[in-house]
Design a protein around this ligand. Sequence first.
Ligand code: PMP
Length: 441
Amino acid sequence: MTRLLHRSIGQTLPRAASARGVYITDTEGRQYLDGSGGAAVTSVGHAHPEVLAAMRAQIDNLCYAHTGFFTTDAAEELAEKLVNLAPEPLNHVYLVSGGSEAVEAALKMARQYFVEVGQPQRRHIIARRQSYHGNTIGALATGGNAMRRQQFQPLLPETHHVSPCYAYRDKGNDETPEAYAARLADELEAKIRELGPDSVMAFVAEPVVGATLGAVAAEADYFKRIRKLCDHYGVLLILDEVMCGMGRTGTMFACEQEGITPDILTIAKGLGGGYQPIGAVMLSSAIYESFANGSGLFQHGHTYLGHPVAAAAANKVVEIIARPETLANVNAMGERLQNGLEAALGASPYVGDIRGRGLFRGIELVADREHKTPFDPARKIHAKVKRQAMARGLISYPMGGTIDGIYGDHILLAPPYTIEPAEIDLLIERITQAIDAAIAE
Ligand code: PMP
């Protein structure tokens, strides 16, 4: 009997023993192609020699110094690097230990900003249904993932939700993408007005939805309209790129492809690439100045923020992602993955949609393609795909559920940015077989 409380109790998991490049090997010697980078974490591949060397150098000198007393080269250099890569006005960085912490800090930054600038009545958070922003109380309250929220509801502060931009299901057949984006912006505007424009603090969204709908990007005009609305009503725009940021979608930040910049941006997963637990919040100069000219501090903090070994690892990971050849490979392999999935699965009666950007791709499975009818949730198709894929030596990230309109079964694929063509082809072969086997079960 295990003494470890696992995510799923009673399930026997293989024990991971080692990892190199795009493969993880278990203690039985079985090799798994890391087709989803775990949960879109592994960015520059496993055991990258440059990252290991950077971590070793840091460990030899300094493993920890509390940020109440010291700053470190590693943390300062990482902040500098991120700011140089990010669009204006994201000029400052706050370092945390993961995605949920980044979202919590982002919410508290938004709140403190309005207190500092004399608008303490602003307190409402608006986010989107079918979103996930983390599992801590504030982040969980922000996300619209009904299944994850369900049993914790009495503990969650009140938040408000509007529709996501999810064209496959929600755009009318004769509606243009522009008209659809305008309709969604109108819905957000109505929500802001209903709550009282002066009481709304922030709108939170993932530029490309990850953990509730596999890899759903917005329609062309959507984020431009959202940015305009937020500006008009003085609401802060928080974009959560914990999963889709750091090169995952083919640009360093996913919002670059939307032509807008948020006031606050959260990143994590790919930033540390799995080498260390790390996340970050990037904030605009206006927010930074409000703290600097106001109370002179950000009223928040964790023991491990700016951890030097995590910062040293992330420093090297970011350096590798920022090399032109890395993002070129994300785009080339992303296209190969999309085209290959379309060729292998595009005609399947059970595949409703294949989508995404860069190496962030989603497959939506349906019982009836013409009517987009989801599978009966009791069949747990997503869980079967995960198991069938593991049996074939493939790690994928299937998800599913039905509460509150979270539709059907989705599979997220997010391999490391270093993946090669033959490995993409193997991924496609294995996921196709796993889907066929899961549906046949
Ligand atoms: N935001 C998004 C968009 C995420 O996908 C996740 C994790 N799936 C989180 C926040 C929470 O991150 P973490 O699990 O590192 O706390």
